[in-house]
Write a protein that binds this ligand. Structure first.
Ligand code: SAM
Length: 478
């Protein structure tokens, strides 16, 4: 399924050092560094798995890799600057000592800037857009075989939403991961005025239910116990392809189909849009026990005036109504959110409405972002752009409220028993094992490899910053 030809013709020929690597015919090693969201992490994993399947190895760090790919994010300017800065360092430090190393950009910034990236950074060999991840292995083969010098491919490709499907499951031969992300759709049709995603990822395109279920089944057969369904707005899944059936949206029909898989213990999804929480989805929480009590519901602002300017499609009242319904359906529901501070025209009164909404909902946690103007988005041209100091100040005040509520929520778990799925050793302290509650709280405990993949009851004895600590609960069998 090849799209239009990539832009390759007017680049200089292959450097001699690269030809040498090709002649050696040793399969190169690859290092992928990912910026941004879980979808980007998932795309990187799929590309890595595709490369491994072709015989490439995964380098433990960029210092030994033959290919270094930066999978980029465009949601905020800081993320773009980081990736550009990293590429400049790689060109100056790694390339200088190992001229044969292939350097590439993938993902959202690659999509939005395309060829400009090579004009700005001539050491870059490869620019792969968001609908072309699956072509990375072929382009690298062509570069190493001396057929292509440089490639820029940011064209649209029909069917590309179904190409993010391979998994590494820890990258080891033993396939140890018990959790996995499954990309169910690509793109976004919401056009929030602050957001670059519809321009970098294109319009919404959904995979079919049988295709997604087959991928989930395969993961479960390899030991996966928990699956997170992924999309820019997962609740819009299949809207144009699958009619509402028996009052159930396409997304709820998908949840039901995944729920049927024997051996799967838990289902999560991210990111939904608040307006996607119809009664069918709320009701699904009551009848699908594998659907965990956890909702990440991006609110962005507590002010109706801001929500309208942002083109979010709901009001504060409607958002609060959804939270109330979800908590009524599942009282233990963990609720997290995304909030933007310093959107153009946000007054102190608007911001205080956001503070009051955070206090009213009592989020378990929130990702707080300082508004960053993005190229070609309507908000970037709106009047009332706020100075950086105002954004910083509001960011700090909101975080104080979020942290205070979070600390209180987490402290309330001390002395309680929770059910966790053990994922593996803690990243920060591998001597401890890490699991998550159904409401998505991280719990650490003294355990061992034999606990991996188990659903365990733990008694919480301490709460830290957005982390719980527990001991296996002793069950009295009398
Ligand atoms: N599905 C999500 C939603 O309902 O909006 C969008 C996910 S987006 C990739 C992640 C978050 O980045 C958004 O929820 C928003 O809070 C933040 N974000 C997006 N554009 C931004 C911008 N221009 N400046 C600051 N934060 C932004």
């Amino acid at each position: 399924m090849r799209g239009p030809q990539p832009e390759i013709s007017d680049f200089p020929t292959l450097p001699p050092s690269r030809k040498f690597t090709a002649i050696l015919s040793v399969m190169p090693s690859v290092y992928i560094k990912t910026y941004g969201c879980q979808m980007n992490e998932r795309d990187s994993e799929a590309v890595a798995a595709q490369l491994v399947a072709k015989g490439y190895s995964l380098a433990p760090s960029e210092s030994t890799a033959d290919v270094i790919l930066l999978n980029t994010c465009s949601v905020r300017d800081a993320a773009e600057q980081k990736a550009v800065g990293k590429m400049q360092t790689l060109a100056a430090e790694v390339r200088r000592h190992r001229p044969g190393v292939v350097l590439g950009f993938m993902g959202c910034m690659a999509q939005s800037r395309g060829r400009q990236l090579i004009d700005k950074l001539p050491d870059v060999d490869l620019v792969i857009g968001t609908q072309k991840f699956h072509r990375t292995a072929d382009y690298l083969d062509d570069i190493f075989a001396g057929k292509l010098a440089k490639v820029v491919d940011v064209a649209a490709e029909a069917g590309s939403e179904a190409t993010i499907r391979e998994h590494l499951l820890n990258g080891s031969a033993t396939d140890k991961s018990v959790t996995a992300f499954v990309s169910i759709m690509q793109g976004c049709n919401q056009y929030c005025t602050f957001c670059i995603v519809p321009y970098t990822r294109g319009g919404e395109r959904s995979r079919s239910i049988p295709d997604i279920v087959a991928e989930c089944r395969e993961l479960v057969s390899r030991g996966v116990k928990e699956i997170t369904l992924l999309g820019q707005i997962v609740t819009s899944y299949g809207k144009r392809d699958l009619p509402v059936n028996d009052g159930k949206s396409a997304f709820v029909q998908l949840l039901e189909a995944v729920h049927e898989i024997d051996g799967l213990e838990r289902i999560r999804f991210t990111s939904p849009h608040p307006k996607g929480y119809g009664d069918d989805l709320v009701e699904a929480y009551c009848r699908l026990p594998k659907l965990v009590e956890s909702a990440h519901l991006p609110v962005q602002s507590g002010s109706d005036r801001m929500l309208k300017l942002m083109h979010r499609g709901y009001t504060r009242e409607r958002y609060l109504g959804i939270i109330e319904k979800l908590r009524r359906a599942r009282p233990q529901m963990g609720v997290t959110t995304d909030i933007i501070v310093g959107f153009p025209g946000e007054t102190e009164a608007d911001f205080e409405e956001t503070l009051s909404l955070a206090r009213q909902v009592e989020f378990d946690n929130a990702f707080v972002f300082k508004y960053s103007p993005r190229k070609d988005t309507p908000a970037a041209a709106m009047p009332g752009q706020l100075p950086q100091e105002v954004k910083e100040e509001r960011n700090a005040r909101l975080l104080e409220v979020i942290n205070e509520i979070g600390a209180r929520h987490y402290a309330a778990y001390v002395g309680r028993q929770v059910e966790i799925l053990v994922e593996g050793p803690s990243k920060r302290n591998p001597a401890r094992m890490m699991g998550r509650t159904r409401s998505n709280k991280i719990v650490l405990f003294e355990g061992s490899e034999r606990h991996r993949g188990q659903i365990m009851d733990l008694k919480i004895n301490r709460a830290g910053s957005f982390t719980l600590y527990g001991d296996p609960a002793i069950i009295n069998m009398e």
